[in-house]
Design a protein around this ligand. Structure first.
Ligand SMILES: [Zn+2]
Length: 142
């Protein structure tokens, strides 16, 4: 069983290993567990994904005024589409969620972090293209 947190209602779903998670629907809200896009998240969603998910979670800390963040957004989108459902991709707007930016001491954006089972296992500041992003994620999270 793999624990997958619903990006819509934050419910924890148990997906049997032999079931394709990509087609899974949430047992509580019945929405798809994966839709091929990064999920914009608030503190509650972030904490649920980080703390209760069995798959690695890749987070993009960004802001509307940040040029490099906007330049990287389509690459992040593309890699999310490719690597789901083996990873969860989140976007945190640091202006809307200053608590999360403060918690992780984010000093420059974009900053990318990878979490596994509640622990941050990698961190990288600066924009990446899709090739760099893909290989970095696979290198740090398998
Ligand atoms: Zn749900």
């Amino acid at each position: 069983m793999t624990h997958i947190v619903c990006p819509h209602c934050n419910a924890v779903n148990r997906i049997p290993a032999d079931k394709p998670a990509a087609q899974g629907k949430c047992g509580r809200c019945h929405q798809p567990l994966f839709d091929g896009h990064p999920t914009s998240t608030s503190v509650a969603g972030f904490d649920a994904q980080i703390g209760k998910s069995d798959i690695p979670v890749v987070v993009d800390f960004w802001a509307e005024w940040c040029g490099p963040c906007k330049a990287m957004a389509p690459y992040f989108e593309q890699v999310a589409h490719e690597l789901e459902p083996n990873y969860r991709f989140l976007k945190v707007d640091t202006e809307a969620e200053p608590e999360l930016a403060a918690r992780y001491n984010i000093r420059s954006i974009p900053t990318l972090m990878v979490f596994r089972k509640g622990e941050m296992i990698a961190q990288q500041a600066g924009a990446m293209d899709s090739n760099s992003l893909r290989s970095w994620i696979k290198q740090v999270a398998g």
